[in-house]
Design a binder for this molecule. Structure first.
Ligand code: TA6
Length: 282
């Protein structure tokens, strides 16, 4: 069973419940903010301080960064684009089988979006909740001129402790360190003992997040950039909607079209990025 619910402040979300998992997806930003397979429990991190206020992005879950990832060339525009703060339309909820529910949400241009980004578009988020979570984000250029996008599924994964985890699948990949603007090559797995903000490139393989008793796997398609982020102590203290030691509880592993992995869509062309997340106890 799935239903549209509203918080006391009117903030609307879809609660999905089937035999394999449950999930919560906000209409604002088509933002998945909980995914709980019945076998393993919550996979996504959600800040205790998320206030679920209209026009403010939820801190945690899977924010959609679109139509640009990071800062726009026009620095007056919001970091990571406007999709995450925009109200999507619910197109469809389908119980495909007892273990699988599919939710489709859509955003098109508005007078406000046209002021920030002068293009007509359809942005569709299809989320399939089962014993895996599949998030599919399709951009269609419905304008008469080409446009360029960068984007990310900015997934926050909950972890038992940031110092307990290791990310594999990025060994030997080159990355841009956003903290120093320098390029490096990853040696070994990624572990954390300070702030990390990196854009890995030419990543075609699966990523694994190993925690003390669990491994989460991420399979991406339509993108070859992977962003890994943890703010650590100082930045965490400055972040909105994060308590000061929240950095210990999550890591972001983001499925992205970033830097030279941008896409240009001609009129009527479309592009889809997909992330499939699964987990198991080890
Ligand atoms: O993807 C990493 C990043 O761009 C970081 O630099 C960090 O600031 C983070 O995203 C969160 O951004 P936000 O706009 O949600 O505060």
């Amino acid at each position: 069973m799935s239903e549209v619910k509203a918080l006391a402040n009117g903030f609307r979300y879809i609660e999905v419940n089937n035999k394999a998992a449950s999930a919560k997806i906000a209409l604002q930003g088509a933002h998945v903010f909980s995914y709980k397979p019945h076998k393993t429990g919550e996979v996504l991190w959600l800040s205790e301080l998320s206030d679920f206020e209209t026009t403010r992005s939820i801190r945690g879950g899977i924010p959609l960064c679109w139509p640009w990832f990071g800062m726009s060339e026009n620095t007056n525009l919001p970091q990571h684009g406007f999709a995450r703060n925009s109200m999507f339309e619910l197109i469809d909820i389908q119980e495909i089988d007892p273990n699988t529910t599919q939710v489709v949400l859509q955003l098109t241009q508005t007078p406000v979006s046209l002021q920030m980004w002068e293009f007509a578009f359809v942005l569709q988020m299809k989320c399939t909740v089962s014993d895996t979570l599949r998030v599919e984000l399709t951009t269609i250029n419905t304008d008469t001129k080409p446009f360029k996008i960068t984007q990310a599924l900015h997934t926050y994964f909950c972890v038992s402790g940031i110092e307990n985890i290791a990310i594999s699948g990025l060994e030997g990949k080159s990355y841009l360190d956003a903290l120093t603007s320098k390029k490096h090559t990853q040696e070994g797995v990624v572990e954390f003992d300070s702030e990390v903000d990196r854009v890995y490139q030419k990543v075609e393989n699966d990523i694994k997040l190993k925690d003390t008793n669990k491994v989460v796997s991420i399979t991406n398609s339509g993108s070859s950039s992977v962003v890994v982020w943890n703010p650590w102590i100082t930045k965490c203290a400055r972040m909105s909607a994060m308590k000061k030691d929240a950095y210990k509880e999550f890591v972001c592993i983001e499925s992205a079209n970033a830097l030279e992995d941008f896409r240009v869509l001609q009129p009527q062309e479309h592009h889809t990025i997909v992330a499939v997340v699964s987990d198991e106890f080890v």
